[in-house]
Design a binder for this molecule. Structure first.
Ligand code: ZN
Length: 177
């Protein structure tokens, strides 16, 4: 995507990430999609926590691992990560550890976000690396996608169709992606 307008380029990557998030939701995972761009390298991932039965299989973590393997380096200082939801504590920590250059995300996560939504990891003066952060790109679309996912899951839980029916309130207000 060699778009001359950086804002349009950001929007195009987030739009693609929202499509990936849709695929995650269809597979039973919280809809989070992400793209990593580093030079010519463009990688895509979606949340696969449920699919892999792996608490660390968030889209951002899968991207960082994949990029490090392909670039044969843990330091990803040219990388930009585009993601549909504000990163959690784990992913924010991993982004700092990988020294990524920039993060662009869509929806806030007031329950678990680590860019000020619930925690302030990415902007903490205590960290040894500062990631440039832009948020709110296609925010309404990504938030609506999350809202719809949790609404459908609550409705299913109320009908007793999923094991989550015992704790429907724990599913409110995103996070766990
Ligand atoms: Zn995460």
């Amino acid at each position: 995507m060699e778009d001359s307008d950086p804002a349009l380029r950001d929007e195009a990557y987030i739009r693609r990430a929202i499509a990936l998030a849709g695929a995650a939701a269809r597979a039973g995972d919280v809809p989070v999609g992400a793209i990593l761009v580093s030079g010519d390298l463009v990688l895509e991932a979606k949340n696969e926590k449920e699919a892999r039965r792996d608490p660390t299989a968030h889209a951002e973590m899968l991207l960082l691992r994949d990029a490090a393997r392909r670039l044969d380096a843990w330091r990803l200082s040219e990388a930009t990560i585009y993601v549909t939801k504000e990163p959690c504590l784990m992913c924010a920590g991993a982004m700092i550890a990988a020294r990524i250059k920039r993060l662009v995300y869509a929806a806030r996560d007031p329950k678990g976000g680590a860019d000020g939504g619930a925690f302030d990891v990415l902007r903490s003066p205590q960290t040894n690396h500062r990631v440039a952060v832009d948020r709110g790109v296609l925010e309404a679309e990504a938030a609506a996608q999350l809202q719809e996912f949790f609404r459908a899951r609550r409705a299913a839980a109320q009908e007793g169709k999923t094991p989550d029916s015992s704790q429907p309130t724990a599913l409110e207000r995103w996070s766990s992606g």
